[in-house]
Design a protein around this ligand. Structure first.
Ligand SMILES: C[S@@+](CC[C@H](N)C(=O)[O-])C[C@H]1O[C@@H](n2cnc3c(N)ncnc32)[C@H](O)[C@@H]1O
Length: 360
């Protein structure tokens, strides 16, 4: 008889017992993308029956306005006959379906389109395929595997799922926060060896004792690789996510299950883990690769500048019975007390392009 394979919590605890406490980045990586037991390898996590809901699942207006954004950029580039549109973490394919329904109305857009998707979840890949099959999508396992034409990239709520490391300010320096075991229970602890204050970014180096600083090495790496390709081939990167405009201290690692916050250490693989994105750090990586960074916009401001109010009116005019739902969806995406302010819109693009929605 074969032994049942250990659960993800058992695997994590075994690894800690064998090799000692693990960094939060290792813990997050195992929880989210362990090859067979990670959160993002399981069933579709989105929607009312899942753990959370995202902007494209709230309203088609979100993706449609992003579709206008990409048509505008593509036209500014001279309507190239061959180009790649790449989405990172496309969820159910809803955002891309809404983008393409709008964008493919522009003459020549669909003919030149090479659609690429970067996704880890087999259940979601099946849903993406069902929605996007008419556009001939290809799934990539590396961002460099794109054609030689311009590259347009979109990522909504993707970078927040990439692992971070946490450091806590002590008397003599910063200590990495680790996940260990105490009396058999998963607990946070600190690596006793301090990292010198001078090796931290200037903005946080002199923070008060016990301040927490999060470093998103993985999202910096993703941005750096994408930005190098965009810099060489032309194009733009549009990122929408929750996060902050300037590198700062503060603990943002959170677990969400069934639309409620839960304990980060309690349910490895069963709860979604995410962090707020440091947009200043992302911008400096993209600028280093030669891209021009737009002033960071709040999601609310950006959607209003892109015409969400006009789109909501047009949709309500055509579907008066849905006017209440359309107004509620608009409010949810735009108002500061809902998603409008916490979520930001970041754009890095080839110098010379004027990405729409970033200045009033
Ligand atoms: C929070 S969901 C957002 C889905 C979609 N963008 C939306 O707005 O509805 C995160 C997406 O990123 C994917 N994902 C998370 N981590 C990933 C990784 N390391 N590699 C590839 N895809 C990943 C998930 O499977 C999912 O499609």
């Amino acid at each position: 008889m074969t032994e049942p394979s250990p659960s993800l919590p058992e695997l994590i605890d075994m690894q800690i017992r064998t090799t000692g406490p693990m960094s939060i980045a290792t813990y997050m990586g195992l929880c989210l993308t362990h090859p067979s037991k990670g959160y993002y390898k399981g069933p579709d996590p989105l929607g009312a029956k899942g753990d959370f809901i995202t902007a494209p699942e709230i309203s088609q207006m979100f993706g449609e306005l992003i579709g206008f954004f990409f048509v505008n950029i593509w036209q500014q580039m001279g309507s190239p006959k061959e180009f790649t549109l790449l989405e990172l973490g496309p969820g159910r394919g809803t955002l891309m379906a809404d983008i393409l329904r709008v964008a493919c109305r522009a003459e020549g857009f669909r003919d030149g389109l090479d659609l690429r998707l970067f996704e880890t979840n087999p259940a979601l890949i099946a849903e993406q395929n069902a929605r996007l099959e008419p556009y001939g999508p290809k799934w990539v396992d590396s961002f460099e595997k794109v054609g030689p034409g311009p590259l347009l990239v979109v990522a909504n709520e993707f970078l927040d799922a990439l692992p971070i490391r946490q450091f806590v300010r002590g008397k003599e320096g910063w200590h990495e926060r680790m996940v260990g075991l105490s009396e058999g229970k998963r607990q946070f602890g600190l690596n006793p060896t301090p990292i010198p204050i001078a090796s931290m970014p200037e903005r946080v180096a002199n923070a008060a004792e016990n301040a927490v600083f999060e470093v998103g090495l993985a999202n910096g790496e993703v941005m750096s690789r994408l930005a190098r390709t965009v810099s060489a081939q032309g194009g733009a990167i549009l990122v929408i996510d929750y996060g902050y405009a300037q590198t700062q201290t503060g603990e943002t690692l959170q677990a969400v299950r069934d639309h409620k916050y839960s304990d980060v250490l309690a349910e490895p693989g069963a709860a979604d883990l995410s962090v707020h994105v440091d947009f200043e750090a992302l911008g400096s990586v993209a600028a280093k690769a030669g891209l021009a960074i737009q002033p960071l916009a709040t999601q609310g401001d950006w959607l209003v500048r892109m015409g969400i109010n006009e789109r909501a009116r047009a949709l309500s005019g055509a579907n008066p019975q849905l006017a209440g739902d359309i107004a509620a969806a608009r409010d949810r995406l735009v108002t500061p007390e809902q998603m409008g302010e916490l979520f930001k819109v970041f754009c890095a693009a080839s110098p010379g392009l004027a990405p729409p929605g970033f200045t009033s």
